[in-house]
Design a protein around this ligand. Sequence first.
Ligand code: HEM
Length: 489
Amino acid sequence: MDDLKFLILYGVLAGVLFASFRKAFHDHKLDQIPVVGSSGLLASYWDAFNSIRHSPDFIQCGYKLYPDRIFRVARLFQWEYVVCSPKLTRDIASAPEHIISFNEAENPYHLQVVRSTLTRNLHVCFLDVRDEIVCAFDDVLQLEGLDWKILPMLPTMMAIVAHMSNQGAVGIRNSYMTSKSRNKEYLANSVNHTIDIMRSARKISVVPPFLRPLLGPLISTQNKSNARALQFLGPLIEEGLSKERELGRDWPGKPNDLVSWVLDLAETEQRAVFPITVRIMHMNMAAIHTTSMAATYAIFDLMTRPEYLLPMREEAERVVKEKGWTKTALNNMVKIDSFLRESQRLNTNGPAGMWRKVVAKDGFRFSDGTVLPYGTFLSVARAPIRSRLRRIDANYENAATFDGFRFARERAEHSKRHMISTAVDHMPFGTGKHACPGRFFAATELKAMMAHLVINYDVKAEGVRPADKVFGALYFPDADGKVRVRKRQ
Ligand code: HEM
């Protein structure tokens, strides 16, 4: 057994002991909240291990039994309190940060990475995404002639999204980065960084919290990818910092790009080359991971329902002919918007989401009178939306059926259900106070990508659509899932 495996095993065993104590001495007022699975010390531990692979079953079962109540499921190091009903979800969505904290909740991936890195201002900046899409599709797909090519969709989308998010924001402004091979290296490093964080976040989530600072650096290679990124981003950041010292904060010719945005917002102690590089890499990770998963799901949906391709192609071509490739033009692509929203509605990224921690000393009182004490972890069930069971789906006709243009039809009646609008019955971007601020950026990217794809390419299924991978409370599209793509005939 190598050192790393030993340390992980040790960590898990130590965690079992640690958590057993925590569970044994947990607040007994909470015993009244129903458990899905077992509440016994060892049996609940077995459930917690089991839920790494079968979390959706626990959440679905909780929903069936307690659709209007809070229930709890065992996690490795604590109980997680799950809500289903729209009313209780609204209580969470509207609670202030000093009562229920978004930042303190333990989310295995998105929150840990995003919380200290991105700002709410980034979504308003969108630099020449269209040009980058054309270039990214050409570079990544490498299609010769008119033959079909079989492509693994998730890695392909990761490469395209990395290209779009980075090139627009970072790459083009500086001759240091415009060399094609340097750019390729930088992009490959961004994708590897994303994959590494995803993998290591999964491993770290099974290590007890008190061992994470020790084991984290052994498990993840992100120090290496950050150091590699420094070679590319360092000169850009250095330039920004020195111009600022020399000519002031709004120096003439200051680029409107990611490096500048991050420098503008960084606190004094973070205004150095390495911390800014790490920040940009974290932002990369948040944007690449989520957007490429959404794009992959949308293409899987398109390949299994080819009848949607021509109507979307017709719409995209008509709109572009009328308005050109502009952001306003995208607003008129209602079928594409609707298709992507429907794809996000049915491809939830996990059985639960909106993780929070109660941080008010007196606990948090829900509108049904349930009080969760300080330190409790809670989440909102998302997966049951896939089935007909969820009452929240009363808002959707034939909720379990993929109906790609349902929102386009509604929009003709002035509905507000656009891709970026969130609600308790539509939470791919969360809802309420912490709803994803990157969704405007992500939706623009995804719509522009889909329009480009349907106008310029044909897509076809390659085998059956693979089932999602499950890890704890997260779903991922299978990275081996393939699609046939060719230049449009
Ligand atoms: C399809 C792509 C995306 C999806 C599905 C997505 C989803 C989410 C979700 C579910 C949350 C947590 C909401 C909650 O717990 O209440 C979130 C938060 C966040 N996302 Fe995204 N996201 C996407 C793209 C992006 C992009 C491209 C960026 C940045 C450019 C971004 C930046 C953020 C930030 C900064 C937060 C934290 C918000 C806060 O602190 O209040 N996201 N996102």
